[in-house]
Ligand binder design. Structure first.
Ligand code: GLN
Ligand code: ZN
Length: 769
């Protein structure tokens, strides 16, 4: 093999710290427990540690610019001076440095100093679970270099003697992620020139500091882009080429697809691509790469936690290494922001399972070793890592804990009938009407009731072993009994048990299913100071025993009203976890669906007449490219139906989704064939129901009438009016009355009067119709 220097680098590193130091420091600062200078000190330490870790791992460049006290897209907005007027005085908007508290007010509405104002909108970053702050754009907007933080960070890193590569959100992806003010129409590209002026200035200043490489993140190039946006890429990058730095254009989360020629033709010095999501594009990129450019191949998965098969990847990259020589760079596919920090912290994880995993810290070693492997400069340490990698792959392929014969057989034996209810909705509805005996405009709730401090404490004590199983059971039963009593008193028609026993809607089921593992410190930033700890779906999924039946049956025993069983659906169970990469997601999803199907059937056996299968993550699972939507929707819908179709016609299947943009997927929602769907609509004035009306959605719908995100108690007239609007779109006998979502974050003193009003609204509606 050729002896080359293959550059190794990363696109970004988790900034939260191994012990979530960033979370603790920012929250302490917000509360006033520490000073601004203390917070800045924690930031400096985190950056210093992260650079040091990268250097010690042997990376050729350390990445600067991935640090943020809240969000990296917000940082770019600050750099560009895109600060809406409601957050800052005129002079802060037009000159000088944007204050850190201003950034916090943009992010969360308030900060230790300054007037509170409505926070900027937050939304998911492409297809990740990371939320960024949406840049607010308006016609004629002016931009200016308004933050020098990046330059100070570069100076910090240079002072430590690091070889620095700077990362920034690229100008077009930043504009793409932005949004015009409500009610305004704006051609976002009309702002491009102003934005580019600032980028040009930033690049000049970085060059003056001695920076050689700047990575501009342009994940928007992995999307279906309109023609004018493609053209804008050319315009923008031809303009930026004048800067005296080398530009690395970074695309990730998918292949370049129809943007491949465009990306190859842009006048930059290097291109980074996602070879995990789109390995098939590497060869043609190598073929067509201009001779002065480098290709950074993102070969280590930045979105998942599995150890890389280094032997396999080395082979796959051999030809590229041969042809590109030093022009081949090696990196993870995307920023490591999306994986937990360090596997070594997981001292309680089973050794075999642990040997299959790599978190951010471990991915640095993989990146460095892979770079040395492809360039033929292998050290003893690389040999060790290579051997460990091969052994992990072999153990994973053969492990009994991953592969369960019965699960495979059951999947193989499935037929189309298994994802079909016995009869059509029309017939089912008639039977269900008879069995359930519900009035017109039946009332129900989405599942959870307030998770009081007492409930949380009991769960904690039970987990810690200080509350016995029996005592814990008794406590939860008392909560359920109380929830039933309150609902009966309120006069709700279809009851729930309240989900007191559940910590989290995925974790609760994951902990009871085979095939899921949980980490202790596997935190990943979700937004700002908020971190989540996704479970690891490592093996074939099966259900050793019933998970919810005892609770639901107990709840049903207390009342004559129908008690709704409550489950998390297969797509959501998949979507909110790190998923195994040794089989298609669709297969894993089907396994989960079968485990849930058993639970659904057991609930029916136990006398539960309605079962809700929540799918709040169905929509966010949509692939980035439209051309892949139908495949995803097909298997996602099938998985849901598989979980729901084991019951007789008399059992009513509900589903719930916490959003209501259904226009583009309404046919798939209908194909779920749930007897009842409850959705979030109260804030949109029922307009979001249009999709259902226009489509002639055939089954029952509960459009939320109570915004559970607000402490306000909705009044009766308001809810009646909302339902009247719904009735213009959906026929009366198919309408339910319910809140937008679960009530676990609310207090009883808000919930009881709100539900009383909701029941009264239903009564008035019955009188009117
Ligand atoms: N049944 C769940 C609850 O009420 C649904 C939560 C959700 O939709 N995210 O909490
Ligand atoms: Zn919800």
């Amino acid at each position: 093999m050729a002896l080359n220097m293959t550059v190794s680098h990363i696109l970004g590193y988790p900034r939260i710290g191994g012990n979530r130091q960033l979370k603790h420091a920012t929250e302490a600062y917000w509360k006033g427990d520490i000073q601004r200078s203390d917070l800045e000190q924690v930031g400096r330490e985190l950056r210093r540690d992260n650079w040091q870790i990268q250097r010690e791992a042997g990376l050729d460049l350390v990445t600067v610019g991935d640090f943020a006290f809240y969000d990296q897209v917000l940082n770019t907005s600050l750099l560009l001076g895109a600060v809406p007027h409601r957050f800052a005085a005129e002079d802060e908007v037009t000159r000088g440095e944007v204050d850190l508290d201003t950034a916090f007010r943009m992010a969360r509405g308030r900060a230790p100093s300054g007037e509170s104002a409505a926070a900027c909108e937050m939304t998911k970053y492409f297809d990740t679970n990371y939320h960024y702050l949406v840049p607010e754009l308006h016609a004629g907007q002016r931009f200016r270099l308004a933050s020098t933080r990046l330059f100070s960070e570069v100076e910090e890193a240079l002072a430590e003697g690091h070889a620095v590569k700077v990362v920034l959100t690229g100008p077009l992806s930043w504009l793409w992620l932005g949004k015009e003010r409500a009610g305004e129409t704006l051609d976002r590209l009309s702002l491009l020139d102003g934005v580019l002026d600032v980028y040009a200035e930033v690049l000049q200043r970085l060059a003056a500091l001695g920076v050689e490489w700047v990575q501009l993140d342009e994940p928007a190039l992995a999307l279906d882009l309109p023609g004018n946006w493609k053209a804008a890429y050319e315009r923008a990058y031809f303009r930026l080429r004048a800067a005296p730095v080398k530009l690395l254009l970074a695309v990730y989360f998918g292949g370049l697809g129809d943007n491949l020629s465009l990306a190859l033709g842009l006048p930059v010095d290097g291109l980074h691509v996602d070879a995990v999501r789109a390995p098939q594009e590497v060869d043609s990129l190598v073929d067509r790469l201009l001779p002065h450019k480098v290709l950074s191949v993102g070969a280590i998965d930045g979105r998942n936690i599995w150890r890389t098969d280094l032997v396999e990847v080395r082979e796959r990259l051999a030809a590229a290494a041969q042809r590109l020589g030093e022009r081949l760079w090696i990196a993870p596919s995307c920023s490591l922001l999306h994986v937990p920090v360090d596997l070594e912290s997981e001292t309680e994880l089973d050794a075999e399972l642990k040997s299959w995993l790599a978190f951010a810290r471990q991915k640095l070693d993989e990146t460095v070793t892979l770079a040395r492997l492809v360039s033929g400069r292998v050290t003893a340490e690389d040999e060790r890592l290579l051997a460990a990698s091969s052994q992990a792959q072999a153990s994973r392929r053969a492990s009994q804990r991953i592969h369960q014969q019965q699960v495979a057989e059951r999947l193989a034996g499935l037929s189309e009938a298994d994802s079909q209810r016995d009869s059509d909705y029309i017939q089912r509805a008639e039977i269900q009407r008879r069995v359930l005996g519900l009035p017109l405009f039946p009332t129900t709730t989405i599942g959870s009731f307030p998770q009081t401090t007492e409930i949380r404490a009991a769960r904690r004590q039970h987990k810690a072993g200080t509350l016995s199983d029996d005592d814990y059971q008794a406590r939860m039963k008392a909560e359920i009994a109380e929830a039933v009593r309150i609902q009966e008193q309120l006069g709700i028609d279809m009851l729930v048990h309240g989900e007191a026993e559940r910590n989290d809607m995925v974790e609760y089921f994951g902990e009871q299913l085979d095939g899921y593992a949980f980490t202790r410190f596997g935190w990943v930033q979700s937004y700002g100071s908020r971190c989540v700890k996704p479970p690891i779906l490592y093996g074939d999924v099966s259900r050793p025993r019933a998970m919810t039946v005892a609770w639901s049956a107990y709840a049903q025993s207390l009342t004559g009203a129908p008690m709704k069983g409550m489950l998390t659906g297969p797509v959501t169970m998949l979507q909110w976890a790190f998923v195994r990469d040794d089989q298609p997601r669709s297969v894993t999803c089907r396994q989960i669906a079968l485990a849930l199907r058993d639970e659904v059937c057991d609930l029916e056996q136990a006398g539960i007449r309605a079962i809700q299968i929540d799918e709040p993550a169905l929509r966010e699972g949509l692939p980035l490219r439209r051309s892949e939507w139908s495949h995803y929707l097909e298997w996602a819908v099938e998985a849901f139906r598989l979980s729901a179709s084991g019951v007789t016609d008399a059992t009513q299947i509900h589903t719930h989704m916490c959003y209501s943009e259904f226009n583009d997927i309404i046919d798939s929602i209908a194909a779920l064939d749930a007897d009842v769907i409850t959705i979030e609509t109260s804030r949109s004035n029922m307009e979001l129901l249009d999709a259902f009306g226009d489509f002639d959605y055939p089954n029952e719908i509960g459009p939320g009438v109570y915004d559970i995100h607000s402490p306000n108690i909705p009044d009766v007239d308001w809810m009646v009016a909302l339902m009247e609007k719904a009735a213009e779109r959906i026929s009366l006998e198919r309408l339910w009355v319910n809140p937008d979502c679960g009530l676990k974050t609310r207090h009883w003193d808000e919930v009881t009067p709100a539900l009383a009003n909701m029941v009264e609204a239903a009564r008035q509606l019955r009188r009117r119709h």
